[in-house]
Design a protein around this ligand. Structure first.
Ligand code: F6P
Length: 327
């Protein structure tokens, strides 16, 4: 028979994402509703190793739903990548009598969870939280929608100045190795071109596109570039293009960490609340060592292995659509 769960710990790890606080609130309030003791771990796996626990109360997570960042802090722990580091983390969890952990994060977080749960007998549940949206097993990850909207607002402003000066702007958005952020930002801003790592032959296409624009007297353009392209980000791609179009006035903007902060959108707050609630329910229903996700508006569970190793397909038809609509 499964061990009765009484004490759980929740933590955020890896790059922060708007909506993580909403997920923490949901875990704490759902857990306490079911009579569990909920602890927060400060600073992700680093905090787990160092034994930084904090008892969480339902009123203690008031007024955080709308805030970006994470009240539990976060880190990318090198020590947790080692067997010794994970053994220390296990010792800390045991000392605190933690029966199960809820991890909010992305790829690196679940890679750690996968290895840890193979080595030690404390189960984990994962909540997908990353602006990159690159996890298999959920349509959206927490923070993706907010990051999209932040990038969109920034690019709307760039568009104004690009138009005034007849300039070609190369705008770099985050996404690590995946182009989800770039693709949707590009569609949402009517970008003249979108360069993502999932499509390799794009430089030639882009050159043809800019040539076409020039003959059609389309004098300004905003090209969205995902940071994870093989040829580099916006500065590198802008340099390649500039060599072929010396007469174009080009500029580069890297949006960077602006996309990671700010108040989460309602979409992200709802998603995070649902996932936090479902993570606790999964634990209580003995669905262990899985990431909880939502696909087609239904809750589902994916093993950590699948969530990190299967790649979520990007719809390349949307690139084609974006090009047609930006004419
Ligand atoms: O995974 C989220 C993310 O923002 C990626 O899009 C980006 O490549 C990376 O984190 C940046 O990491 P850091 O904040 O450590 O510079």
């Amino acid at each position: 028979m499964a061990k009765k769960i009484k004490n759980i710990a929740v933590f955020s790890s890896g790059g922060d994402a708007p909506g993580m606080n909403a997920a923490i609130r949901a875990v704490v309030r759902t857990g306490t509703y079911y009579g569990l003791n909920v602890y927060g771990i400060i600073g992700g796996y680093e905090g787990m190793i160092k034994g930084k626990f904090k008892k969480m109360e339902k009123r203690g997570v008031g007024n955080i739903l709308h805030r970006g960042g994470t009240v539990l802090k976060t880190a990318r722990s090198m020590e947790f990548m080692t067997k010794e580091g994970r053994a220390k983390a296990y010792k800390s969890l045991k000392k605190k009598k933690i029966d199960a952990c809820i991890a909010i994060g992305g790829n690196g977080t679940f890679t750690g969870a996968k290895v840890f749960t193979k080595e030690h007998n404390i189960p984990f549940i994962g909540i997908p939280g990353t602006i990159d949206n690159d996890l298999y097993g959920t349509d959206y990850t927490i923070g993706f929608d907010t990051a999209l909207n932040t990038a969109m607002e920034a690019i709307d402003r760039i568009r104004d100045t690009a138009d005034s000066h007849n300039r070609v702007f190369f705008v770099e958005v985050m996404g690590r190795h995946s182009g989800f952020l770039a693709l949707d930002t590009g569609i949402g801003t009517g970008a003249g071109g979108i360069v993502i790592p999932e499509k390799e032959t794009q430089i030639e296409d882009l050159i043809q596109l800019l040539k076409k624009n020039a003959t059609r007297k389309k004098l300004f353009s905003v090209i969205i570039v995902s940071e994870g392209n093989k040829m580099g980000g916006a500065p590198e791609i802008a340099a390649i293009i500039k060599k072929r179009f010396t007469n174009f006035d080009t500029r580069v903007t890297v949006i960077g960490h602006l996309q990671r902060g700010g108040s989460p959108t309602c979409m992200d707050r709802v998603l995070a609340s649902r996932l936090g609630f479902e993570a606790v329910n999964a634990l209580l229903n003995n669905k262990l060592n899985v990431m909880v996700g939502i696909t087609n508006n239904e809750v589902n569970y994916t093993s950590f292995k699948k969530a990190i190793s299967k790649s979520k397909p990007i719809d390349l038809r949307l690139l084609e659509m974006a090009e047609i609509l930006a004419m």
